[in-house]
Design a protein around this ligand. Structure first.
Ligand code: ATP
Ligand code: K
Ligand code: MG
Length: 672
């Protein structure tokens, strides 16, 4: 069974696995530890990850990056519109208000949802893991930003389901990081907890979490974030600076040229990294546009001035995380800085002044999330026995529940899981019940959510199959905030009033008491509208609880299977093209090798006539390969290769026979 952790970034993805008790980060096909989150549609195949990034420049209009940003978001959202402007791919609004990505591929017009693109990325990472481990990968743990809503979490599960991954848990990025921090630490001084602040600055977002550590356990006290503040915003500062400079200096408008934008943006990202280690950095781009080469230079201090607004914004989630945890900076034992976006020196300075201590980098800034995910997977996997370690996460948002009679709890706004509520949690609530119970879960405090996200979570309808109410009953409902941070109905228990037994005669349950039923949802059930049906024997009568969920969007089971089939077709095409390339390369090398051998090793084993015939065939095949046969099928290459082999075989066999004879003679001589 696989024990794998995935960190899906807007820029980079990391895969970690638990092997022989240790955690390893896997290398991709380019032997890199980080895999770019890029999906590129080439002419005849997709290029995913590293090869996607390498092909992006060739196919700018069919390359999708930063897809994580688009998950579960509305097309009309102004933030989404801003993101889409940076994506040179055509997009439109889906019938559900979501985003559709248009890609022309193999002469067809395709429309993909961000979830489908994410699934392609998942599939690529899964393949890397499978090649390394030599087994099928399904069980895994995937990191998610703490600011993801129910809908976005479900979307991740949908994407995973499309490619046959089974997340045992979606875990908050900082929680995963915290596990990796705490599990190896043996030196917790006293019984009193120590408090650590984790600050993760990625490509698009900033997350801050405060954790309490004690021997053998981590408890997350708070999550705060700026969902739209990361490395790319610093790139953008440099981008607008140089775009302005070049307008003055070279009279070019970079904004009017998609390719120039991409090139300048990527040059700015490189320059930003240079500035992290140097006091100034040059920028040179040949032929940026209008056949003009451009040159520029910026000093680190000028960059910091331009970025001062962004730097200040980092304070906000830090202060909020502290306040929510009920702690002052003096109580913080250490500040751990992770995420590659945090490598800007000014960020360290800012955090030092804010927390009154220098942040530390004891963890591997780019790998800690994936490593923590792998560790969590090991803990949850039934296949492994690992050290006892308690992980208690908490909800980033307040969650409310209402029934037809209004908000349910004594709390204002019907809050059942306040912000900071431990994950997972089940709360049992009692409702009056006549026939069907309708509940609705929602985010009780919409201002906590990233802008543009709907506070609606799910509608649940609960009924009991085969139950014919005669008088008022009660139902006890177990509402769960599950391991993924998704709200679902865990159980429903019917309690009938039985004052007069005779009246119940003829009823399904003669002496009515409590009828339990467990309804499992969320874990492996990604249906948008579903009817769970599990029953328990009550005497000799069976009573089934029916729960249907309407999650305001997301995918139906049918849509998931359809996406799954489509993904299989696309993957098949990729494999075919890879095989074709391999065969073409095999033919090419065979031609070269045989030609060399023909005039060296094989020379004395071929007649003049044979040599000539073979040479001619090699030449013809070569001409075909670089002409008409440049873009042929795997079968065509195999056929030509086979023909050549037939021709060369007699010569090769003679050579081999002779070689064997020489070998035998040598053996014989060595005995004498
Ligand atoms: P997210 O967490 O937002 O989904 P991610 O996990 O892919 O994104 P990371 O890999 O943590 O993001 O960080 C990527 C960011 O780090 C990029 O913006 C990149 O430019 C930036 N970065 C990498 N190295 C450096 C450096 N030496 N100096 C400054 N920034 C850097
Ligand atoms: K990452
Ligand atoms: Mg990240």
């Amino acid at each position: 069974m696989s024990v794998v952790g995935f960190d899906i970034g807007n820029e980079n993805c990391v895969i970690a696995v638990v092997k022989q008790g240790g955690v390893d980060v896997l290398l991709n096909e380019e032997s890199k530890r980080e895999t770019p989150a890029v999906v590129c549609f080439g002419e005849k195949q997709r290029f995913l990850g590293s090869s996607g990034a390498a092909s992006a420049m060739m196919h700018p209009k069919s390359t999708v990056s930063q897809v994580k940003r688009l998950i579960g978001r509305k097309f009309s959202d102004p933030d989404v519109q801003k993101d889409l402007k940076m994506l040179p791919v055509e997009t439109s609004e889906g019938s559900d208000g979501g985003i559709l990505i248009h890609l022309k591929y193999l002469k067809e017009n395709h429309r993909f949802t961000p979830v489908q693109i994410l699934a392609m990325l998942f599939s690529h990472l899964k393949t890397i893991a499978e090649k390394d481990l030599g087994i099928l990968v399904s069980d895994c743990v995937i990191g998610v930003p703490s600011y993801f809503t129910d809908l976005q979490r479900r979307a991740y599960l949908n994407a995973a389901a499309i490619v046959g991954l089974k997340p045992l848990r979606l875990i908050h990025d900082c929680t995963a990081t915290g596990i990796g921090y705490g599990i190896y630490k043996a030196d917790f001084p006293s019984a009193a907890p120590i408090y650590v602040a984790f600050v993760d600055i990625g490509h698009c977002d900033t997350q801050v979490s405060i954790a309490a550590f004690q021997a053998g356990k981590i408890k997350i006290l708070s999550h705060a974030f700026d969902w739209s503040l990361g490395g790319r915003d610093f790139d953008e500062v440099l981008f607008s600076y140089f775009a302005g400079k070049f307008r003055e200096q070279y009279s070019i408008d970079v904004y009017s040229n998609a390719r120039a934008c991409i090139r300048l943006r990527s040059a700015c990202e490189k320059l930003k990294k240079v500035l992290s280690a140097n006091a100034e950095a040059p920028l040179n781009i040949e032929c940026l546009m209008d056949e003009k080469d451009v040159k520029g230079l910026i000093k680190r201090e000028d960059f910091e001035k331009l970025a001062s607004g962004l730097l200040e914004r980092i304070r906000v989630p830090c202060n909020k995380a502290l306040a929510d945890a009920g702690l002052t900076v003096e109580k913080i034992h250490s500040v751990e800085l992770v995420g590659s976006g945090s490598r800007i020196p000014a960020i360290t300075r800012l955090l030092t002044s804010l927390f009154k201590r220098e942040p530390r980098r004891t963890l591997n800034a780019s790998e800690c999330v994936a490593r923590g995910c792998a560790l969590q997977c090991a803990m949850l996997s039934p296949a492994l026995r690992v050290k006892e370690y308690k992980v208690q996460d908490c909800s980033p948002f307040s969650i409310g529940l209402s029934s037809e009679e209004g908000p349910i709890s004594a709390e204002p706004k019907g809050v059942i899981f306040p912000r900071g509520q431990p994950i997972p949690t089940v709360k049992t609530l009692t409702f009056r019940f006549s026939n069907l119970l309708r509940l609705e879960a929602f985010y009780a405090n919409p201002s906590e959510l990233p802008p543009g996200m709907s506070p609606k979570i799910s509608r649940f309808t609960i009924g009991f199959h085969g139950y014919h109410p005669i008088r008022m009953a009660e139902v006890k409902v177990g509402v769960q905030l599950n391991l993924h941070g998704i709200v679902c109905i865990k159980s429903a228990r019917l309690i009938e009033d039985h004052v007069d037994n005779s009246v119940t005669t003829g009823n399904h349950h003669s002496d009515s008491k409590a009828m339990d039923a467990e309804h499992i949802s969320g874990e492996d059930d990604n249906a948008f509208l579903q009817a769970g049906c599990m029953g328990k024997d009550n005497g000799n009568k069976k009573l089934h609880v029916l729960v249907s969920e309407d999650t305001y969007g997301g995918m139906t089971k049918a849509e998931i299977s359809e996406a799954e089939e489509k993904e299989i077709r696309l993957a098949h095409q990729d494999t075919t093209m890879e095989l074709t390339k391999d065969k073409r390369n095999a033919l090419e090398s065979y031609i070269y090798e045989t030609r060399t051998k023909l005039f060296n090793t094989y020379r004395s084993f071929a007649t003049e006539e044979e040599r000539e015939r073979i040479s001619r065939s090699l030449r013809e095949s070569e001409e075909w390969l670089y002409g008409d046969g440049d873009d042929e099928t795997v079968h065509a290459y195999s056929a030509i290769l086979e023909d050549l082999r037939q021709l060369v075989n007699p010569v090769e066999n003679r050579y081999k026979d002779e070689a064997a004879r020489v070998e035998a003679t040598r053996d014989l001589l060595s005995y004498i």
